[in-house]
Design a protein around this ligand. Structure first.
Ligand SMILES: Nc1ncnc2c1ncn2[C@@H]1O[C@H](COP(=O)(O)OP(=O)(O)OP(=O)(O)O)[C@@H](O)[C@H]1O
Ligand SMILES: [Mg+2]
Length: 430
């Protein structure tokens, strides 16, 4: 039984999409597969049409059980059959309360592994979906698994913080005296964009050994299937999205559990981007593209400020940006930015038709703050907010989402994650 965790701290990179569709394709290939949702947001159940109100016993009650004192709970009570060879352990929002409930309990992260190991012989693959945070739930999944797949979207932020995150995970496993097979899957790939091609090339250069040969293209059928509660094998088996996942599943089956993974220690380079002339031609072209993007961002910001009466200097009169400035600017293209008279929220939402903003500043009513479609896949809105701490989320074509450009999150009472925004003063977000 191969236990594989799907993890990446970055929200919206495709963890749930990969869990659902990989599991469905493994099952189609004749592998007995169990998907486990360890994210209190419950997106696996949503994506596979399991009604939350009918989930009576959840994985939370299994993990709450003290294996030292009580009998191992009967896992079959929490398993739902989705289709032939494909089962799911769904999550409910009660999972989010568990972290506090088990605070300080020794060995709490070992419980999931113990519970899953009781299913040995019943499944060929167990695929675990995790939330976009490193806390008790993700640590339990990391402890339970022998293999890890990191889905990476091939967009602007894919390389930011990735190596650091991979190294943190490896260090955690080393602390526990275990090793883990770590592999990377490129997702959201769009061959038509130069940036997408450059980022895939860069990923292969940095993490070549650990990259799956297969990758998942951006395909709207994957989004549609999820919103209708169907894996791609059911929603559109003839789609390019299904072909990509079948190819990926076959590659995974053909790899031995420890084959072709990250072996050498990961060099953490992101915090200080390399400077010329040590750059390779690929890096140079990536930075040239970054410069162009930063210029676009400036133009975008200049437009916004003209609309609201800002006093930014014209682009031409500003000094030429250094490479470090450029890298910083790229991070600032998306996410919230405090400017005179409020905060500009900007988000990239590939292929989206309608994007709204909801937060404690508008009673969580997305209809009050529809975002404007300002460029290709970019949506933006300015909200008049003064200094203070705010919580917010985006609603993309009806689905509530976290801001992938903002790592600051906290769990809300429904077990979902809100982004946090600390506005200290104009031009600065703490
Ligand atoms: N290859 C793809 N093509 C098109 N849409 C995709 C693809 N991968 C993911 N998506 C869409 O992107 C959005 C985010 O994906 P998903 O929910 O799988 O990310 P996640 O990492 O699980 O997010 P979170 O961190 O919030 O749990 C969803 O609307 C999903 O349908
Ligand atoms: Mg998810």
């Amino acid at each position: 039984m191969r236990i594989i965790v799907i993890a990446n701290q970055k929200g919206g990179c495709g963890k749930t999409t990969v869990t659902i569709n990989l599991a469905a394709c493994l099952a189609r290939e004749g592998q007995r597969t169990l998907a486990v949702d360890l994210d209190p947001q419950g997106h696996c159940a949503l994506g596979l049409a399991v009604p939350e109100e009918q989930i009576e016993v959840s994985i939370a009650s299994v993990l709450a059980n003290d294996p030292g004192k009580e009998a191992t709970p009967d896992l079959s009570r929490v398993i739902w059959q989705i289709s032939s060879n494909f089962d799911l352990i769904p999550s409910k929002t009660d999972l989010s309360l568990l972290e506090r409930q088990l605070a300080g309990v020794e060995g709490r992260e070992c419980r999931l592994r113990q519970a899953l190991r009781s299913l040995e012989g019943r499944y060929d693959f167990v695929i675990i979906d995790t939330p976009p945070t490193i806390g008790f739930l993700t640590e339990s999944a990391l402890y339970a698994a022998d293999e890890m797949i990191v889905p990476v979207d091939t967009g602007y932020f894919s390389l930011h913080g990735l190596s650091k995150q991979l190294e943190t995970i490896r260090q955690k496993r080393t602390e526990w005296g275990q090793s883990i097979t770590l592999r990377i899957l490129a997702n959201h790939y769009d061959v038509r964009t130069k940036l997408g091609r450059e980022i895939l090339a860069e990923l292969r250069k940095r993490h070549g050994d650990a990259m799956f040969t297969a990758f998942i293209n951006f395909n709207t059928k994957l989004k549609e299937g999820a919103s209708l509660g169907q894996p791609i094998t059911e929603y559109d088996p003839a789609s390019a999205g299904c072909r990509d996942f079948v190819r990926f599943a076959r590659e995974l089956i053909s790899l031995k559990p420890t084959e072709r993974a990250l072996t050498a220690p990961i060099v953490v380079t992101e915090t200080k981007p390399p400077v010329a002339p040590t750059r390779t031609p690929e890096e140079q072209s990536l930075m040239a593209r970054a410069d162009a993007l930063a210029a676009d961002a400036d133009k975008l910001l200049a437009t916004t400020q003209t609309l609201i009466g800002g006093n930014r200097k014209p682009i031409e009169s500003q000094p030429r940006p250094t490479p470090d400035d450029t890298a910083r600017k790229i991070e600032q293209i998306y996410g919230p930015q405090a400017i005179s008279g409020g905060v500009v929220f900007r988000v990239q939402a590939l292929g989206a038709h309608r994007v709204q903003l909801a937060g404690d500043f508008n009673d969580w009513n997305p209809d009050r703050t529809p975002m404007q479609h300002v460029a290709d896949d970019t949506f933006q809105i300015k909200v008049p907010l003064g200094p203070g701490r705010y919580r917010y989320r985006y609603v993309i074509d009806g689905q509530w989402r976290n801001d992938p450009a903002n790592y600051q999150v906290e769990t809300n009472p429904y077990g979902e994650l809100n982004n946090i925004l600390d506005v200290a003063a104009v031009g600065s977000i703490a």
